[in-house]
Write a protein that binds this ligand. Structure first.
Ligand code: UDX
Length: 449
C-alpha cells in the first residue's frame, strides 16, 4: 500500500522505516527542509538503534522516499500517518496546532479520499476535532476523509524493536473499511514478514502481539492511560524510596520483591531521578488537563507529577549535604540523555542538575555516549568528554544522571585514583553501596542507607 508519513521525528521516521520494511511504499515529509535534506543524503537525524540499517535497506529497495513538499506527499499516499509533535502548553494542555496545520494541508492538497491516521500522542477527543477540521478546511467538491487513531507505544532507544515486535497494535476507527485497511498495513508485522535487524533468522513467534480494533476515543485514551500508569509506577517506587531512606530499608530489595508478584511486575519500579523524556512528563500533564476538561480530577496523576518533580530537590539535597559548598567545586555529571540508549535530552533530569550547579558556581564537566552534541549549545560553559574517565579527573564529586551501561561498568577503583575526592551521588542506583564503600567512596543514592 502507498503510505504517507507526515513528521520525520522519533515516531515518524521509525514508523516510515518499519512500514517500508513491511513491504509498503512510504513517502515521508517534514516542514524542516534541513532534516529532509539530511535524509535524502542518507543521514539519520536521530540516534535510534537499527534505524539507520532499516532506512538504508528501505531506500535500496525503493520502498521509502523523502520530500519537503507536503502536497506531493499527501497526494502520493492512500493512508496518511500524522506523526507530528504535540508539546505541552504552559497550562499543561497538549498543543495540537501542528495537528491542525496538517489537517489543513491534507484538506487542501488531497485530490482523492484518504484515511488520515493520528499516530502522534493526542488527548482523547482529538479525533473528533480532526474530523471536523478536515471537513471545515476541505473545498465543497473536495474528497472525503476517514479518521483513525493508531497510537504508538515506542520507547526511545528500542523504538525499532518495539515497532517490529509490538505487544499490541491499537487501531481506533469509525468504520469496518478503515479497520480492514489498517489490518492490511500491519499484517506483515503481525506475520513477522519483514527483514528484522534484531532477529537475523526471523523473529520468534512470541514477539508479535495482536491487533485490537476499537473506537477512536478509546484508542486515544489507551495511549494516555498506558503511559500515565507507567509514570504512576515510577513515582510509587520513588515514594517507597523516600520511605526506605527514613526507615532504613533498601528500595532495591523492596521493589525487587514487589516485582516478583506478576500482578505488580518488575518493570518501571526503578527509583531514582524519575522520569524525563518527551512522553511521560507531557502525557501526564495532557491527561490531567483532559480529565479536568470533562470534570474528572485526576489527583493520582497530579501526585505522580509532584513526586517526580521532587526527585531533583532530593538529589540536590544529597549534593549539598555531601559537598557543603558548591561554588568552585569541580563536578563530573555522568549522563545527559533522559535515559540510556538515546541522544534525546528533552525533559532530561541531567539538564536541570547542570543548570542548578552552574547557578551555584560549580565547574561542570560532563560525559554521555550520545547526547553531548545536543547539550553543548545549551550549556557551552560545560566541559564535555566522550570518555567518562576524563570527566572524572580531579572531580570533587561524580553525579550519575543516566543509566548508561558504560557507567554501570565503570572501574571505580581507577576512577577513585583520578578524582580529587571519592564522592559519588548516584541518581540511578547503578552501584552497590557496599562495594563503593569498600573502594573508599562516600556514596549516596536513592532509597538505600
Ligand atoms: C515511554 C513509554 O515507555 C512508551 O511506551 C511510550 O510509547 C513513550 O513513552 P520513553 O519515554 O521512550 O517511553 O522511555 P521509558 O523507557 O518509558 O522511560 C521513561 C523515563 O522513565 C526515563 O526517564 C527513565 O529513566 C525513567 N524510568 C523508567 C524510571 O525512572 N524508572 C523506571 O523504572 C523506568
Amino acid at each position: 500500500m502507498r503510505l504517507t508519513v507526515i513528521g520525520c521525528g522519533y515516531v515518524g521516521l521509525v514508523t516510515g522505516a518499519c512500514l517500508a520494511a513491511a513491504g509498503h511504499e512510504v513517502i515521508c515529509t517534514d516542514i524542516d527542509e534541513k532534516r529532509i535534506g539530511q535524509l535524502k543524503a542518507g543521514k539519520v537525524p536521530i540516534y535510534e538503534e537499527h534505524l539507520d540499517e532499516v532506512l538504508q535497506r528501505a531506500v535500496a529497495d525503493k520502498k521509502i522516499s523523502y520530500t519537503s513538499n507536503a502536497g506531493e506527499a499527501i497526494r502520493a499516499g492512500d493512508v496518511i500517518f500524522i506523526c507530528v509533535g504535540t508539546p505541552p502548553k504552559e497550562s499543561g494542555e497538549a498543543d495540537l496546532s501542528a495537528i491542525d496545520h496538517v489537517a489543513r494541508q491534507v484538506a487542501t492538497e488531497a485530490r482523492s479520499p484518504k484515511l488520515v491516521v493520528e499516530k502522534s500522542t493526542v488527548p482523547a477527543l482529538t479525533g473528533v476535532q480532526l474530523q471536523k477540521a478536515l471537513a471545515a478546511y476541505s473545498p465543497a467538491s473536495g474528497p472525503k476523509f476517514q479518521v483513525a487513531s493508531n497510537p504508538e507505544f515506542l520507547r526511545e532507544g528500542t523504538a525499532v524493536g518495539d515497532f517490529f515486535h509490538p505487544d499490541r497494535i491499537i487501531v481506533g476507527v469509525e468504520d469496518a473499511a478503515s479497520a480492514a485497511r489498517l489490518r492490511e498495513i500491519y499484517q506483515p508485522i503481525l506475520d513477522r514478514k519483514f527483514h528484522c535487524p534484531i532477529h537475523a533468522g526471523g523473529c520468534p513467534k512470541e514477539t508479535s502481539g495482536e491487533l485490537l480494533v476499537t473506537t477512536i476515543n478509546s484508542a486515544e485514551l489507551i495511549k494516555h492511560a498506558s503511559n500515565s500508569f507507567l509514570a504512576l509506577k515510577i513515582s510509587y517506587a520513588n515514594v517507597i524510596s523516600d520511605l526506605c531512606e527514613r526507615i532504613g530499608a533498601d528500595v532495591e530489595e523492596v521493589t525487587h520483591a514487589m516485582g516478583l508478584d506478576p500482578r505488580i511486575g518488575a518493570q518501571f519500579l526503578q527509583a531514582g531521578l524519575g522520569f524525563g523524556g518527551f512522553c511521560f512528563p507531557k502525557d501526564i500533564q495532557a491527561f490531567i488537563h483532559l480529565a479536568a476538561s470533562v470534570g474528572v480530577d485526576f489527583e493520582m496523576l497530579k501526585a505522580a507529577e509532584r513526586v517526580n518533580k521532587q526527585r531533583l530537590e532530593r538529589f540536590f539535597e544529597k549534593i549539598h549535604r555531601a559537598l557543603w559548598v558548591i561554588k568552585g567545586k569541580r563536578v563530573a555529571v555522568l549522563g545527559l540523555a533522559f535515559k540510556a540508549n538515546t541522544d534525546d535530552i528533552r525533559f532530561a533530569p541531567a539538564l536541570e542538575v547542570i543548570r542548578k550547579l552552574l547557578e551555584d558556581g560549580a565547574i561542570v564537566h560532563a560525559s554521555d555516549p550520545e547526547a553531548i552534541a545536543r547539550t553543548k549549545p545549551i550549556f557551552p560553559q560545560v566541559v564535555y568528554h566522550e570518555d567518562p574517565y576524563d570527566a572524572l579527573k580531579q572531580a570533587d564529586a561524580a553525579l550519575v544522571c543516566t543509566e548508561w551501561q558504560i557507567f554501570r561498568k565503570l572501574d571505580w577503583e581507577l576512577a577513585g585514583q583520578l578524582m580529587a575526592r571519592r564522592l559519588v551521588i548516584d541518581g540511578r542506583n547503578l552501584y552497590s553501596p557496599k562495594k563503593m564503600q569498600e573502594l573508599g567512596f562516600e556514596y549516596h543514592s536513592f532509597g538505600r542507607v
